[in-house]
Write a protein that binds this ligand. Structure first.
Ligand code: NDP
Length: 785
C-alpha cells in the first residue's frame, strides 16, 4: 500500500471518553435528585426521568418543583439576601472565586455529565462550555470586588428568578448566577427539564464552597415550575433565556408587577460571506456556526448570505466539507456532531425541514448516521427566497439555509430582513467593508471573520424579538442592580379646570398650539383642540393628538434616522444651542410655568435653570458616552459600542413640565435616538413653547416630535407600534403595566416609573438615562498577535 493510499483510506479511530465517574456520581445520588433550597437538598413528591439522548439510556429522576417548593426557595432567598448584600464585594468575590476553583477541580466530571445529559460532543463541553462557565465565575469574582468602585450609586435588585434552556446548561447557569450573586442578589434558578444534572452537581459545589444558605437555590421542573417562578410576587427580577414564545409569555405575566426583566430569546442570525473572504476560513467558521452544538444555539449563523459571484464555488466546497463531518457518540472525542437534545426536538427539526425543504435545494451528505438515539444530519438548503419560512423561522437544529446577494447594501437589507436581532457574522478580508457593515446590522453581537465567540468580559444579547438586556461584561451587571435613589408612590397632580377662575392668557392673542411633527407645526388629525387651564383659569387651546398623529410622528422620526450617524460633537453643539436659546427665553418659560402650574417664581426659575444645565449635561455626554473595548482572551478585542435604540416613544411626567421633558428628551437625542414625545398632560403648553426653541436651534426635522393630548389615548398605540424600538414612561396615569403588557407583541424595551415618584431636580440625570437610551453592540474584531 502506498502512502497516498494510506492517506486516502485512513479513517478516524474512535476515542471514547470514559463516563465511569459520571455514572458513579449518579449512582452515589441514587439516580434521584431533589431541589437545592436553603443550602440543602430537599426531596420532592413528583419526579420525571432524564435520559441520554445519544442512546436513550435512563440517567436519573429529577424533582418537579411545586408551588410549595418555589415558595420555600423564595423564602430562603429572601432571608439570605440582605446579609449577602451586606457582607460586601470582597467577601462575595471570595465565594465566587471558590466556586470557580471548585468547578475547575471537577471540570471533567462536569463535561462528561453535560455530554451524557445533553448529547453535545465532549470536545465542546470539555473545551467550550465548562471553561467558559469557570471563566464567568472568575470574571464576576472581580465584578463583586469592584462593585463599590464601579457602581457606587447602585444596589442589588433583590431576589432573582432565573430560567435557562437546555442548549448550554452549565454555561447558561453561570451566565445567570455569577453576575447576580456578584452584585449582592440571591437567586432561584430553574434549569431546563432535559438538562438539570450539571445544575445539581453545581449545587453540591455550592455546599463545598460554603456559599451561605439561601443565596443560591435550584428548583428543577418543567415549564409549570418556571411559570411559578416568573409569577411569584416576592421575586424582584426575572432573567430568562429560551424561546421567543415563552419570552413573550413572561413579558406579559410580569407586566405591571414592577419586576425587572431581561430576555435572551431566539435568533436567525445572518452569516455574510463577501467575495473577497478567505473561503476556507469562512467554511470552517460555518462548521463552528451551525453545526456547533448540533445547531441548537440561539446565535447560530443559520442564514448564510453569500456573494453571488462566489456562491457556486462556495457551495461546492461547503458540501465537500459537510461530507467529512462525523456524527456519532457524543462521548467520542473525534466526532463533530453529537445528538439532538431530545426526540421531541428531533421530530420538530425533521418536520420543519420536511414540510418546507421545497422552498429551496436540499442537500444532506451521504454520511454514516448512528442507528440509535436522536441524530439529525448536517443540512444545507440553498436558493431560498428571503421570505421563505425557513429563512425566517428559527429551526434550532443543524440546518443552514442560504441565499445570495449582489451588493453590500443588499447584504445589509437581507441581514436585517428578520424579526430577530441577535448576532451576525461577517466574512471579508476588507476591513473597511467589515467595519462599514457592522454598525448597520440590527443585532447585539457581530463577529468579524469569526463566529460564536463568547467571553465573560463581553456582553451578549439581542434586539427586536431576540429580547433585551445584556449578559456578561460591564453592561451585563446593570441587569442585576438598581439605582439607590429613594422613591415614593406617585400622587396625581392637581388638574386645573374651567370652573376654577377666569381666563388669563399672558396678554397674548388667543391661539391654538399645534402638534410638532417632522420639524413642522401641524394641526391634529382629529381636528379637535382642548383648553388648557392653570390656577388662574384658561391659558390656551392645544391640539388634541390621536393615533394617526402618532403614526405620522413615527414616520417623521424614522426619516430623521441619519441623526444616529451625526457625530457626537455635532449633537453636542445642537444641545448647547438649544440650551442657549432656552436661556434667552428663560423669563417667558418662568412666567408660563407659574401660569400653568401655580409654581412659585423661585421654583419656576429653578426649573428653567435646571433644564438649561441638563441640556449642557447631555451635550457634555454626547461625545463621551462612547462605549468600551473589552479584553477577551482571543486574538482580538471586542468593541462594545453604545448604539442608539432607534425611534423611542416618551411619555413625560405631569409635574415639572419643562424639566421632565428636557430630562427625557436630551439623553435620548444626545445618544442619537429620535423621539415621539407626549408632554405633561396637565401643562402641554410648555412643550409647545419648547418646540419654538427647537425650531431656532438647528435640531433636524423629525428628531423630536411632540404630540399633545390625553395620555390614555397614546399608551396603546405607542406600546404596540412595531416601528418604535423602546418606550419610556414617566406619565401621570398608572400606565406602567399597560405599557409593558401592550409591548409584549413587539417585545420592545420599556423603562417605566411603576407609579413611583422621581425628583427631577436631584435625580433626573445620569448614566441611568444614558444606559436606557442605548443598546450595547459587541463587535468582535481580530487584533494583535
Ligand atoms: P422554552 O423557551 O420552552 O424553554 C426555556 C426554559 O423556560 C426552560 O427551562 C423551560 O422549562 C422554561 N419554560 C417553559 N415554559 C415556561 C413558562 N410558561 N414560564 C416559565 N418558564 C417556562 O424552550 P424549549 O426548551 O422548549 O425549546 C423550544 C424552542 O425554543 C426550541 O426549539 C428553540 O427554537 C427555542 N430555544 C431557544 C433558545 C435560545 O437560547 N434562544 C434556547 C432553547 C430553546 P422546560 O425545560 O421544562 O420546558
Amino acid at each position: 500500500m502506498t502512502i497516498s493510499e494510506i492517506f486516502n483510506k485512513m479513517d478516524w479511530g474512535t476515542a471514547p471518553e470514559n463516563d465511569k465517574n459520571a455514572k458513579a456520581w449518579l449512582k452515589e445520588n441514587g439516580n434521584k435528585f431533589g431541589h437545592f433550597i436553603n443550602g440543602n437538598f430537599i426531596d420532592a413528591k413528583n419526579h420525571f426521568k432524564t435520559k441520554n439522548p445519544a442512546n436513550n439510556q435512563f440517567l436519573a429522576k429529577i424533582a418537579v418543583g411545586s408551588k410549595a417548593d418555589v415558595n420555600l426557595a423564595v423564602k430562603s432567598a429572601a432571608t439570605a439576601q440582605n446579609k449577602w448584600a451586606q457582607i460586601g464585594g470582597h467577601a462575595r468575590a471570595r465565594y465566587l472565586y471558590a466556586i470557580a476553583r471548585l468547578l475547575q477541580k471537577h471540570s471533567r466530571l462536569f463535561a462528561v455529565l453535560e455530554t451524557i445529559d445533553n448529547g453535545k460532543p465532549i470536545r465542546e463541553s470539555r473545551d467550550i462550555d465548562i471553561p467558559l462557565a469557570i471563566r464567568h465565575f472568575y470574571y464576576h469574582a472581580g465584578a463583586a470586588q469592584l462593585m463599590d468602585d464601579n457602581l457606587p450609586t447602585y444596589e442589588p435588585v433583590g431576589i432573582c428568578g432565573q430560567i435557562i434552556p437546555w442548549n448550554f446548561p452549565l454555561l447558561m447557569l453561570s451566565w445567570k448566577i455569577a453576575p447576580a450573586i456578584a452584585m449582592g442578589n440571591t437567586v432561584i434558578l430553574k434549569p431546563a427539564e432535559y438538562t438539570s444534572l450539571t445544575a445539581l452537581l453545581f449545587a453540591q459545589i455550592c455546599i463545598e464552597a460554603g456559599i451561605p444558605k439561601g443565596v443560591i437555590n435550584i428548583v428543577t421542573g418543567d415549564g409549570t415550575t418556571g411559570s411559578l417562578i416568573t409569577k411569584h410576587k416576592s421575586i424582584n427580577k426575572i432573567a430568562f433565556t429560551g424561546s421567543t414564545e415563552v419570552g413573550r409569555k413572561i413579558r406579559f405575566e410580569t407586566a405591571g408587577t414592577g419586576k425587572s426583566l431581561t430576555l435572551e430569546l431566539g435568533g436567525k442570525s445572518p452569516y455574510i460571506v463577501f467575495d473577497d473572504a478567505d473561503v476556507d476560513s469562512a467554511i470552517e467558521g460555518l462548521v463552528d456556526s451551525i453545526w456547533f452544538n448540533q445547531g441548537q444555539v440561539c446565535c447560530a449563523g443559520s442564514r448564510l448570505l453569500i456573494h453571488e459571484t462566489i456562491a457556486n464555488q462556495f457551495y461546492k466546497k461547503l458540501k465537500l466539507r459537510m461530507k467529512r463531518l462525523r456524527i456519532g457518540n457524543p462521548l467520542d472525542k473525534s466526532i463533530d456532531m453529537g445528538a439532538i437534545v431530545d426526540s421531541k426536538q428531533l421530530s420538530l427539526i425533521s418536520r420543519l425541514v420536511k414540510e418546507n425543504a421545497h422552498e429551496g435545494n436540499l442537500f444532506q451528505p451521504d454520511i454514516e448516521m448512528p442507528t440509535k438515539g436522536s441524530y439529525y444530519p448536517p443540512t444545507l438548503i440553498t436558493e431560498m427566497e428571503p421570505s421563505a419560512s425557513l429563512m425566517q423561522e428559527e429551526i434550532f437544529g443543524p440546518v443552514l439555509v442560504s441565499t445570495t446577494f449582489r451588493t453590500p447594501k443588499e447584504a445589509i437589507a437581507l441581514a436585517n430582513n428578520s424579526r430577530y436581532g441577535l448576532a451576525a457574522s461577517i466574512w471579508t478580508e476588507n476591513i473597511n467593508l467589515a467595519l462599514d457593515i457592522a454598525p448597520k446590522i440590527e443585532c447585539g453581537v457581530v463577529w468579524i471573520n469569526s463566529v460564536n465567540q463568547f467571553d465573560a468580559a463581553a456582553g451578549f444579547g439581542g434586539r427586536r424579538e431576540s429580547g433585551f438586556g445584556r449578559e456578561g461584561g460591564a453592561e451585563g451587571l446593570l441587569a442585576y442592580v438598581k439605582p439607590k435613589a429613594k422613591t415614593a408612590e406617585l400622587k396625581k397632580q392637581k388638574r386645573y379646570k374651567r370652573s376654577t377662575t377666569k381666563a388669563n392668557t399672558l396678554g397674548s392673542l388667543d391661539k391654538t398650539l399645534k402638534l410638532y411633527i417632522g420639524g413642522k407645526q401641524v394641526r391634529p388629525d382629529s381636528g379637535y383642540s382642548k383648553a388648557v387651564f392653570g390656577p388662574k383659569g384658561f391659558i390656551t387651546h392645544i391640539g388634541d393628538g390621536n393615533r394617526k398623529d402618532i403614526r405620522n410622528a413615527v414616520e417623521a422620526a424614522h426619516k430623521a434616522g441619519n441623526w444616529s450617524k451625526t457625530s457626537g460633537h455635532l449633537k453636542a453643539q445642537i444641545l448647547y444651542y438649544l440650551a442657549e436659546n432656552l436661556d434667552k427665553r428663560g423669563s417667558e418659560f418662568i412666567d408660563n410655568i407659574i401660569l400653568s402650574t401655580g409654581a412659585t417664581k423661585e421654583a419656576a426659575k429653578s426649573e428653567v435653570e435646571t433644564s438649561i444645565s441638563r441640556l449642557f449635561y447631555y451635550a457634555a455626554w454626547a461625545d463621551k458616552f462612547d462605549g468600551a473595548i473589552h479584553d477577551v482572551p482571543i486574538r482580538g478585542v471586542t468593541l462594545a459600542m453604545n448604539e442608539p435604540l432607534g425611534v423611542v416613544g416618551v411619555i413625560c411626567p405631569e409635574e415639572n413640565p419643562l424639566l421632565g421633558l428636557v430630562s427625557l428628551a436630551a439623553p435620548l437625542i444626545a445618544m442619537g435616538n429620535t423621539c415621539v414625545l407626549i408632554p405633561s398632560v396637565s401643562s402641554p403648553n410648555i412643550a409647545a413653547n419648547f418646540y419654538q426653541v427647537l425650531e431656532t436651534s438647528d435640531v433636524p426635522a423629525g428628531v423630536l416630535n411632540i404630540i399633545t393630548g390625553e395620555e390614555e389615548a397614546f399608551v396603546k398605540t405607542l406600546s404596540e407600534h412595531h416601528d418604535i424600538a423602546a418606550i419610556w414612561y414617566f406619565g401621570a396615569g398608572n400606565n406602567s403595566g399597560e405599557i409593558e403588557r401592550f409591548s409584549t407583541t413587539s417585545l420592545k424595551r420599556t423603562w417605566v416609573n411603576n407609579n413611583k415618584t422621581r425628583d427631577w431636580h436631584s435625580n433626573g440625570q445620569g448614566k441611568e438615562f444614558l444606559n436606557n437610551a442605548t443598546d450595547v453592540k459587541n463587535i468582535w474584531i481580530p487584533y494583535g498577535e
